[in-house]
Design a protein around this ligand. Sequence first.
Ligand code: PGA
Length: 250
Amino acid sequence: MARKKLIAANWKMYKTPDEAKAFFAEFLPLVAAHTRDEIAIFPSPVLLPTVIDAAKGSKISVGAQNIHFADEGAYTGETSIGQLKAIGGTHTLIGHSERRQYFAETDEIVNKKLHAALKHCIVPIVCIGEVLEEREAGKTAEVLKKQVTGAFAGITPEAAAPIVIAYEPVWAIGTGKTATPEMAAEAHAIVRAEVAKILGAPVANAMRILYGGSVKPDNASALLNQAEIDGALVGGASLKADSFKAIVTY
Ligand code: PGA
């Protein structure tokens, strides 16, 4: 069965509520007739209620950029999955490279968050990817396999269906450098083979693997037309309605 593509916007720490509303006022009419792909938007926590409200009645899903693995507790500054669900959030990013790099998220933490998301029926997008030194040292496959194995520890094939993976080479994020479609497809094949080893071929073949890292209107179609690439996680180019629309409708 063909995997439906998912085009996701990671807004990072950008936009005020008014700017988010203005984005939706412009974006919704542009994609009102677009049913080919799923669309999801990941704003900062403060924007979530505004964005969830703005997306109501559309087919756009809204999720968090990060969640805590605990149901509740004394974790200053964190957001629980229950809180996200209570306001209508349905998805979450997990282990984005900026979380790994600046907030010390390890594969073990990613794994705990993945278990928590699945337990609470939130769609997790698990982010993985190698840094430049690892690619240059020929270690890309090794790094990706380690990240997949770490993230998926204790996950059963029965529970794994909602999981989405985002392959984001760290050297391509926010740099304007993109992996070529062939490089991305090769990495996706490595990731899918590793998922097959852990969870079996049927689960691996159904799992969506997105590409992220400087996806722009002018490279989206070459990337998204690769059979191995099941969507995109878009940072910078998702902040403007017209450029995100151009990617969604590649
Ligand atoms: P970018 O970010 O599109 O700005 O490179 C992608 C991401 O961080 O998910």
